[in-house]
Every structure is written in structure tokens, then in C-alpha cells.
Design a protein around this ligand. Structure first.
Ligand SMILES: Nc1ncnc2c1ncn2[C@@H]1O[C@H](COP(=O)(O)OP(=O)(O)O)[C@@H](O)[C@H]1O
Ligand SMILES: [Mg+2]
Length: 208
């Protein structure tokens, strides 16, 4: 889905490990486009972003056992609902869509973290015509930093995974960046809030 208006890309995703700072910085990203797109900005998230998607999110995050393929298909079910009823309609109205996690998270968490591989995800994405973002900010942090920022927060089913799982997830994200370098900006996210915010601003300005 390519940007049509001169200026800002229309569909932006934020990616990274739990604790990498996505939800902290998304406000800044939204604000940046609010100032530049008179048609407005939709801030949303995956899994979720729709009523049924949020219900699927609860199933995904509550503790209990879920086969990795079931997890993957639930994510795609939520994604399709989100694309059809939120993302595509907003883009059609010329709005900027800023999404906290999206398709790359599925590659990283399910493809690499769960070990499902990329072929199944590639296949489903093609069959379902899942649109790619115009720009993806990938918040890259060492696993130890991400885990350290989560201290005191209760872990959901996926956050409760061990360090080795998150190392694979980080590898998965880095592999996505290598595969599609033009779409990504890597934000070194281990620094202070001010440093990360500065890197976000620089990335957004560069893509105008
Ligand atoms: N650059 C940073 N330095 C220190 N702490 C941070 C930084 N960015 C975020 N945090 C803190 O780390 C925690 C996780 O951040 P959050 O934005 O929720 O991450 P994510 O949405 O990627 O899981 C929050 O408590 C947040 O305040
Ligand atoms: Mg978050």
C-alpha cells in the first residue's frame, strides 16, 4: 500500500520486543502525523484494533495452552478483521494509520519464536493479500534490556516465555529488516527516552 499524498507515508507500524518502547513512542509518532495530515491519524494495535480482534487478543494472551498453528491462525483472523474494517477504510479516507505491532511481529514471534518458519506466514499473507506498511519503525533492544523494563509488570502468556524465545524473536525481526531494508528504520531503543524520541523524530522526518 503505497503513499499517494506527497509527504507522509500513510501506513506506519511500530515493531519490537515487549519492553522495547513502542507504546511509549507511539504517541509521538501519532502527534507527528497529526500535525501534517489534515485528514487525521488512526492509532491502532495488533492483535486487536477491532471488537472481535480484542476478543481474539484476550484468547492469545491469557494463560493456557494454544498450539502454535492455532496461535498463528487466530492472529491472522484478527488481522483480516482489522485490515478490512479499520486499516483499509482509514487509508481510503486519506488518514494516516499508526499501528502498534503488525505483520512483522507474526514473522518474529510465530515464525522465529515459535519456530513455525516463514513459509506458512508468507503463504497466508499472499492468500489473504495482507498489505505491508509504508514504513516500519523497528525498536531494537537487547533482550536483557527489554526484560529489565518489564520488571514489576505481570507477564501475559507470550511475555512469560523465556529468554531464548525472545532471542529468537529479535533474530526474526532482524531478519525481516535484512529482507526488506527499504521499508524499515531501525531505532536503537536501548538508550534514554530522550535519545529514542530523537531517533524516532529523525526517522519520521527522513521519510517525509
Ligand atoms: N528509552 C527508555 N528508557 C527507559 N525506560 C523506557 C524507555 N522506553 C520505554 N521505557 C519503559 O519501559 C516499559 C516498557 O515500555 P513500552 O513502551 O510499554 O514497551 P512496549 O510497548 O514495546 O512493550 C515502560 O514502563 C516504559 O515506561
Ligand atoms: Mg506495548
Amino acid at each position: 500500500m503505497k503513499s499517494t499524498a506527497p509527504g507522509a507515508p500513510l501506513f506506519v507500524s511500530l515493531e519490537g520486543l515487549d519492553g522495547s518502547g513502542k507504546t511509549t513512542q507511539i504517541v509521538r509518532v501519532a502527534d507527528f502525523y497529526e500535525k501534517r495530515n489534515p485528514k487525521g491519524v488512526v492509532v491502532t494495535r495488533e492483535p486487536g484494533g477491532t471488537e472481535v480482534g480484542e476478543r481474539i487478543r484476550n484468547i492469545l494472551l491469557e494463560h493456557g495452552s494454544l498450539h502454535p498453528q492455532t496461535e498463528l491462525l487466530l492472529l491472522f483472523a484478527a488481522r483480516v478483521q482489522h485490515i478490512k474494517t479499520v486499516v483499509a477504510p482509514a487509508l481510503a479516507l486519506g488518514k494516516t494509520v499508526v499501528c502498534d505491532r503488525y505483520q512483522d511481529a507474526t514473522y518474529a514471534y510465530q515464525g522465529y519464536g515459535r519456530g513455525l518458519g516463514v513459509e506458512l506466514i508468507d503463504g497466508l499473507s499472499d492468500l489473504l493479500a495482507v498489505p505491508l506498511p509504508d514504513l516500519t519503525l523497528y525498536f531494537d533492544v537487547p533482550v536483557s534490556v527489554a526484560l529489565g523494563r518489564r520488571v514489576g509488570r505481570s507477564a501475559d502468556r507470550i511475555e512469560a516465555e523465556g529468554e531464548a524465545f525472545f532471542e529468537r524473536v529479535r533474530e526474526g525481526y532482524q531478519a525481516r529488516v535484512r529482507a526488506q531494508p527499504d521499508r524499515f528504520v531501525v531505532i536503537p531503543a536501548a538508550g534514554s527516552l530522550a535519545e529514542v524520541a530523537q531517533a524516532v523524530d529523525t526517522a519520521l522526518m527522513a521519510h517525509l
